[in-house]
Design a protein around this ligand. Structure first.
Ligand SMILES: [Zn+2]
Length: 469
């Protein structure tokens, strides 16, 4: 049998083993793992790692935030993702207050349609626990969006305890998955008011206003709600050792709880906020960067499977023209960092090369687990025959110094400027087509497809996690 394409002699990173073999691709799917396969087209991957395309479950492209929008749109953001080895993203729908959820879903899909260069799914944001909102959830699920984002902070989005419990229970009953941004709003408001009143307004006070205890309290509370509601839950962007401890305890008590962290919480610390002038603003994200001890405990949680997922929370704002909206007071700095392009490579150098996680865990955390958790597996996150031929050829010996000029993210800085990487993606394929090669985008805008996802495919509904432990 001749294949459309064969990737030869790479080291395939499979769930529990690494195998030097050929990968045969036909009709956009992985067709066979074998030796001496013959393809109409052939790629030599000798000495390279071959892995399933990375899945980023947490990005914000073209997202309105106060008076501005995140600086990557669906075109530039997905080009950057492709060049970094990410072939699927899940972004968010943020309905206006009172807007029908399905209407918001369709208009968000229209924004991506024709622009996205990689495949994409959408999480629906739920802003209240009103009966008329809850009644719309089945329609959203039927449209292929079974995951719902909630916030415990931010005016206009914050759910109070009763609403949070109601949403968790309703989504859980429907077989969906609730994502939570867990920070205690009262603590943040209280401290922020004190700081601003005392004219402590520069970026160095941003982390002071959102202490670790604000996160761990909220994580503890929402995990308790998940237990009471018999609902599965996914905590986004966990930044603290205390937060991870709460998660581990709940998992030990039988709560189906997944945890995500992001490269910034593994690799950067709150020392960045003390940079001179206004430069600390480049690192303003919520929750904020923490301490080296937190970094260390988050790595440990990844290696022990307490945290299952690494997303980016990519939400870029230019330093000049956007971050500087908060020149006078840190509360007005648009909150978010870029990172959609460098996740896979950062986690390889500082995770695999540093001996903190295995190469198989690296692929699990950046690809397979997010695909499983959000109902994309085995179409995505897998190299097994039948999966989409979304593939990364990764050169473990390539040395790269990260800089905003080499990245494709549409933003005027990177928080990882000057980071020395040892290992980098050299080719990305989406459904069998080469969409990036040697740092150049070679795909087509608009070739990304909406990925509908179904409740029966969510990991929490498949008991896969239980059977693996
Ligand atoms: Zn986010």
């Amino acid at each position: 049998m001749n294949f459309d394409l064969v990737i030869h002699d790479g080291t395939l990173v499979l769930p529990n083993e690494n195998l030097v073999a050929d990968l045969g691709i036909s009709e956009s799917k992985i067709a066979e793992i074998g030796k001496n396969l013959i393809g109409a087209r052939n790629i030599d991957a000798t000495g390279k790692l071959v892995l399933p395309g990375a899945v980023d479950p947490h990005v914000h492209l073209d997202m309105p935030v106060g008076a501005t929008r995140s600086s990557d749109d669906w075109a530039s953001g997905t080009i950057a993702a492709a060049c970094g080895g990410t072939t699927s993203i899940i972004d968010f729908i943020e309905p206006e207050p009172g807007q029908p959820l399905l209407q918001a879903l369709i208009s968000r899909e229209m924004e991506a349609n024709g622009k996205a260069a990689i495949d994409y799914g959408l999480h629906m944001t739920v802003r209240d626990g009103l009966a008329e909102t809850i009644a719309q959830l089945p329609g959203v699920i039927a449209h292929g969006c079974p995951s719902f984002k909630t916030y415990l902070t931010y005016a206009g989005f914050k759910l109070d305890d009763a609403a949070m419990l109601k949403v968790l229970e309703s989504v859980g009953t429907l077989g969906g998955l609730t994502l939570v941004h867990a920070e205690n709003d009262a603590i943040i408001e209280h401290i922020t008011h004190q700081l601003v009143s005392a004219r402590k307004t520069n970026p160095a006070y941003h982390p002071v206003s959102r202490p670790a205890s604000a996160e761990s309290e909220a994580i503890h509370r929402v995990l308790t709600f998940a237990k009471v509601a018999h609902a599965s839950i996914y905590i986004v962007h966990i930044s603290t050792a205390d937060g991870v401890e709460e998660l581990a305890r709940a998992q030990g008590n039988g709560v189906i709880a997944f945890g995500e962290t992001c490269p910034q919480y593994l690799l950067l610390t709150e020392a960045e906020y003390k940079r001179p002038d206004f430069e600390g603003a480049k690192f303003v994200c919520s929750p904020p960067l923490r301490t080296e001890f937190d970094n260390k405990q988050l790595w440990k949680a990844l290696s022990e499977d307490t945290l299952q997922s690494v997303g980016t929370d990519h939400c870029p704002f230019n330093y000049f023209g956007q971050k500087d909206l908060g020149q006078d007071v840190f509360t007005k700095i648009p909150s978010g960092l870029p990172g959609i392009e460098s996740r896979l490579a950062l986690l390889y150098t500082f995770g695999v090369r540093a001996g903190r996680i295995s190469v198989n865990q690296w692929v699990d955390l950046c690809s397979t687990n997010p695909a499983r958790i959000f109902g994309l597996y085995p179409q995505k996150g897998s190299l097994l025959p039948g999966s989409d031929a979304d593939i990364v050829v990764f050169d473990p010996n390539r040395k790269v110094v990260l800089s905003s000029t080499m990245l494709h993210e549409h933003v005027d800085y990177t928080p990882y400027q000057g980071f020395q990487l040892h290992g980098y993606p050299v080719m990305t394929l989406l459904r069998g087509d080469v969409i990036s090669e040697e740092g150049k985008f070679t795909g087509q805008l608009g070739s990304g497809q909406f990925m509908p996802r179904w409740v029966e495919d969510l990991w929490s509904n498949k008991n896969i996690r239980e059977s693996q432990i």
